[in-house]
Write a protein that binds this ligand. Structure first.
Ligand code: PLP
Length: 449
C-alpha cells in the first residue's frame, strides 16, 4: 500500500452539481423527519453515498472535501483498504460470539496494540467497549474499584459523552444536558488552562490555572476522596482548547502524589490526530488510564480503556464488559486502521497537515479580525471567532462561515462552549491539493461573512 488515500478508489475531487442539499437529499430528509427522532441532529443534511480518502460523495453526486472525518473517526479514510479487507474477512468468518462467552484472537491483538502504542513502558492491560462514553464510564468504574474512593474531577469545557454519568462529566448544558437530569453524583468541575481567555494572559495561564484547580480539589473535594481526574489532553467539543503548557504535568503530578488515577480522555485527540499517537505525549504525560474510541477502528464502533495492569485488574471478574464490547468485526477494522497508520506514517502526515493549516490560518488571522485565535495541533486545528476588536464570542459568524463552506462543498464542523469555534479534522490521508482547496474556500467564506 503506497498511495496516500489509504486505498480509496473514489475520485479525490470537490464537485458541486446541485444546490446543497440536492433533490435526493431533500427527499430523504423528508422521510427522515417523519421516522427519526428530532433529538438526533445533523450538521449538514446531505445524505452520504460513498466516502474515502479526503472526500464524501452524496446521493446527488456532489463530492465534499471532508474536514470533519465524521468527528475525528475516519482518520485513515472512510473506506481504507486494510480496514475493508480485514473487516470483510472477519464478517465472512463470524460476526459475533460475545467475548464474554467465547473469546477470539482479534480482541487480544487490539489490546496488545494498545499496550504497545499508548505512552509508558509499564505493564498495561485493556478492556474494549462500543462507544467513547462507555469507555469513560468504565474508566470511572475501574478507578473507583482500584482506589476505593468515589469522587471524580473534571474540567470546565470538558466533554465526555451523553450517557448519564458522562453527561455529569460534561461541562456544556445545551445541547448535551438540558432537561436530562438528575445527573450522577460525586462529580466535581474545576478550571482548565484556556490560554486565550485566561484573565491574566496565556503566559501565566498554565501555572495559575493548575494552582486554582488543585486548590479547589483540596478545599472542595479533599484529595483523599478523589478516585480519578479525567481530562482531554486537547479539549474537543469544548473548543479545541490546548491546556496551556505546564497545566497537564502539574495535574498529573498532583494525581500521582495523592493516589488519584489520572485518566487521559484521548477519544478525539488520539490515534495520530494531533501529530503524535496520543496528544498527552506532547508534554511527556504518562496517564494511568487512557480512553480511546473515534479514530481507533476506521469508522467501526470500538472503544477502549487501557492502563496500568494493577489498576485495570482491580475490577472483579464479570464487573466489566457488555454484549458487543470488542466486536470481532470492529477489532479486525481496528487492526486494519492501525496497520494503515503505521504504513502511511499518519503521525507525520498529521504534523504536515497541521503546519499547512496553521500557516494559512495564521495569515488569514492577520487579514480578518474576527479570527481571535488559531490553535490546535496536527490535524486537530480550529479558529475561534469573535466580534471585531473584542474577545466577545461570535457564534453567528461561525454558523454563517460553516454554512458558506457547506454550500461550496467543504464539510466543516463547529464546536466550543460558546459555539464560536470552527474546527478542522480532515482525514489524515487527505491529499495536499484538497487540503489547500479547502483552505481557499475558508478564506473566501471569511471575506464574504
Ligand atoms: C466523542 C467523545 C466522547 C464520547 O464518545 P461517543 O463514542 O460519542 O460516546 C468522549 N470523550 C471525548 C473527548 C469525545 O470527543
Amino acid at each position: 500500500m503506497t498511495d496516500l488515500t489509504g486505498g480509496s478508489t473514489l475520485p479525490q475531487e470537490r464537485r458541486v452539481v446541485t444546490p446543497i442539499p440536492g433533490p435526493k437529499s431533500r427527499e430523504l430528509q423528508a422521510r427522515r423527519s417523519s421516522a427519526v427522532a428530532a433529538g438526533v441532529g445533523s450538521t449538514l443534511p446531505v445524505f452520504a453515498a460513498r466516502a474515502g480518502g479526503g472526500v464524501m460523495e452524496d446521493v446527488d453526486g456532489n463530492s465534499f472535501i471532508d474536514f470533519g472525518s465524521g468527528i475525528a473517526v475516519t482518520s485513515v479514510g472512510a473506506s481504507a483498504e486494510a480496514v475493508v479487507r480485514r473487516a470483510s474477512a472477519q464478517l465472512a468468518d463470524f460476526t459475533h460470539t460475545c467475548f464474554m462467552v467465547t473469546p477470539y484472537e482479534g480482541y487480544v491483538a487490539v489490546c496488545e496494540q494498545l499496550a504497545e502504542l499508548t505512552p509508558g513502558d509499564h505493564a498495561k492491560k485493556s478492556a474494549l467497549f462500543n462507544s467513547g462514553a462507555e469507555a469513560v464510564e468504565n474508566a470511572v468504574k475501574i478507578a473507583r474499584a482500584y482506589t476505593k474512593r468515589q469522587a471524580v474531577v473534571v474540567f470546565d469545557h470538558g466533554y465526555h459523552g451523553r450517557t448519564n454519568l458522562t453527561m455529569a462529566l460534561t461541562s456544556k448544558n445545551m445541547p448535551y444536558k438540558n432537561g436530562f437530569g438528575p445527573f450522577a453524583p460525586e462529580v466535581y468541575r474545576v478550571p482548565v488552562a484556556y490560554g486565550y481567555r485566561w484573565p491574566t494572559g496565556p503566559e501565566n495561564c498554565g501555572a495559575e490555572a493548575s494552582a486554582q484547580a488543585i486548590d479547589q480539589i483540596r478545599k472542595q473535594v479533599g484529595a483523599d476522596n478523589v478516585a480519578a481526574i479525567i481530562i482531554e489532553p486537547v479539549l474537543g467539543e469544548g473548543g479545541f482548547i490546548e491546556p496551556a503548557k505546564g497545566f497537564l504535568p502539574a495535574l498529573a503530578r498532583f494525581a500521582a502524589d495523592n493516589g488519584i488515577v489520572f485518566v487521559a480522555d484521548e477519544i478525539q485527540s488520539g490515534f495520530c490526530r494531533t501529530g503524535e499517537w496520543f496528544a498527552c505525549e506532547d508534554e511527556g504525560i504518562v496517564p494511568d488510564l487512557i480512553t480511546t474510541a473515534k479514530g481507533i477502528a476506521g469508522g467501526l464502533p470500538l472503544a477502549a480503556v487501557t492502563g496500568r495492569a494493577e489498576i485495570m485488574d482491580a475490577a472483579h471478574a464479570g464487573g466489566l464488559g457488555g454484549t458487543y464490547g470488542g466486536n470481532p468485526v470492529a477489532c479486525a477494522a481496528a487492526l486494519g486502521a492501525i496497520e494503515t497508520m503505521r504504513e502511511l506514517d499518519l503521525v507525520g502526515r498529521a504534523r504536515h497537515i497541521g503546519s499547512v493549516m496553521k500557516g494559512r490560518l495564521s495569515a488569514m488571522q492577520e487579514k480578518f479580525d474576527i479570527i481571535g485565535d488559531v490553535r490546535g495541533r496536527g490535524a486537530m486545528i480550529a479558529i475561534e471567532l469573535v466580534k471585531s476588536g473584542t474577545k466577545d464570542p461570535n457564534p453567528e459568524a461561525t454558523a454563517a462561515l460553516a454554512k458558506a463552506c457547506h454550500q461550496q462543498g467543504l464539510l466543516v464542523l463547529t464546536c466550543g462552549t460558546y459555539g464560536n469555534v470552527l474546527r478542522f479534522l480532515p482525514p489524515l490521508v487527505i491529499g495536499d491539493e484538497l487540503l489547500t482547496e479547502g483552505l481557499d474556500i475558508i478564506e473566501g467564506a471569511l471575506a464574504e461573512v
